[in-house]
Design a binder for this molecule. Structure first.
Ligand code: SF4
Length: 376
């Protein structure tokens, strides 16, 4: 059987201890979080673990589980231990469990629990202090850089850091200096870093983009690519590695690139099953299925086999004529769904990052051609 689920995002805490200005959860028009309890209840956690096990047994393939929020470490040691123990009771170590955190609440006690249950930790940092502190601020508007670095240092010095440290995640500031950002991440001695484009769509252009066909992000990434390829001991960058892999005939590992569909299931803090939560940035409730289903209804397998889930999965495939005829489609895949949104034509559009992607792919191809000759 084809895998129904590749990734499960568990929104284990609905609130956050910091207040990033660009956050799609709290600052992009959706307010569902405010009607939820702060944490997943024990009943929801039990149902999640048992229902995931049933799907895993039936699909016969493991999937990744990512604890997300809000901020997952707001759970505190006791709730986190209960949650991870319950998940691990159902899901063997063939299933990766990772935690995406803003890093501020990392402590040795928390890391010992993660280590015990084999859950790795990825930290969000946007770059050096002057870049990071512009966006990743606390509820009083102050920068969080020092607190995050302190948390990351605790992670790096944990006895099990080789397993625990799952790398860094950065949202691109197109006005920052890619060389400076790259050197900063290298100085942190991280195992890898991933870069994300800002949320945005045709009605609300991403921060720093002057027009649909301007290439601020493509230029930034192309500069990063040059620095990366010139480094004899490079810091692995997931998005660049994935794109290079596809150009050389391989497969991507994550949604938003290439033409592979990924089954991404979101279980919200109250147990409701939703579409990819990044869709919240399009309009209020864009991540909701028409028929509300909760994990405690105990019919997850039926749900992920249903036409509604299949249709959601197929939303990842671009439908716009321009994308379907595009020579860059195999690599770009039409971008992330949220980046295609426009009120009149809904998701039937090119990505708002189309020109950026074309520029980056061209740069990548010419760099590879210098090494390998003609790249298709
Ligand atoms: S978004 Fe642009 S580059 Fe990507 S597939 Fe569509 S037309 Fe091609």
């Amino acid at each position: 059987m084809e895998a129904l689920i590749d990734t499960v995002l568990l929104k284990v805490a609905s609130r956050c201890n910091i207040d990033c200005t660009y956050c799609y959860v709290y600052h992009m028009g959706d307010d569902n979080w405010s009607r939820m309890g702060k944490f997943m209840s024990p009943e929801t956690i039990e149902a999640t673990a048992q229902e995931l096990k049933k799907v895993a047994d039936l699909q016969g393939k493991p999937f990744s589980v990512v604890l997300h929020g809000g901020e997952p470490f707001l759970l505190g040691a006791q709730r986190l231990n209960y949650l991870l123990a319950t998940l691990r009771n159902s899901l063997t170590q063939d299933f990766t469990i990772s935690i995406q955190t803003n890093g501020v609440l990392i402590s040795n006690e928390i890391l010992d629990i993660c280590s015990f249950h084999r859950a790795s930790v990825a930290v969000s940092i946007d770059g050096p202090k002057e870049v990071h502190d512009q966006w990743r601020v606390d509820h009083a508007g102050g920068g969080t850089f020092e607190a995050v670095i302190k948390g990351y240092e605790i992670l790096k010095s944990h006895p099990d850091h080789l397993f625990l440290n799952a790398g860094l995640l950065a949202v691109i500031d197109p006005f920052s200096d890619p060389g400076e950002v790259y050197r900063f991440f290298k100085s942190l001695d991280a195992p890898s870093v991933d870069f994300l484009y800002r949320d945005g769509n045709h009605d609300r252009l991403p921060f720093g983009k002057k027009a649909l066909y301007s290439t601020e992000y493509g230029s930034w990434m192309s500069e990063l690519l040059k620095i990366y390829l010139a480094d004899h001991n490079p810091l692995p960058i997931r998005v660049l590695d994935d794109m290079l892999k596809v150009l050389l005939g391989g497969m991507v590992s994550k949604e938003g690139l290439g033409v592979t569909d990924f089954g991404i299931l979101i279980i919200d803090t109250d147990g409701s099953l939703t579409k990819n939560d990044t869709l919240k940035s399009a309009f209020n409730g864009a991540d909701q299925f028409e028929r509300r289903v909760n994990i405690t209804d105990r019919n997850l397998f039926d749900f992920v086999s249903s036409p509604a889930f299949t249709a959601y999965r197929e939303m990842q495939r671009p439908s716009n004529e321009k994308c379907l005829r595009c020579p860059y489609l195999d690599l770009c895949g039409g971008g992330m769904i949220l980046h295609r949104w426009k009120k009149e034509t809904e998701f039937n559009n090119i990505s708002v990052y189309c020109a950026d992607q074309m520029l980056l792919v061209d740069e990548m191809k010419s760099a590879l051609e210098k090494i390998y000759g003609n790249v298709a």
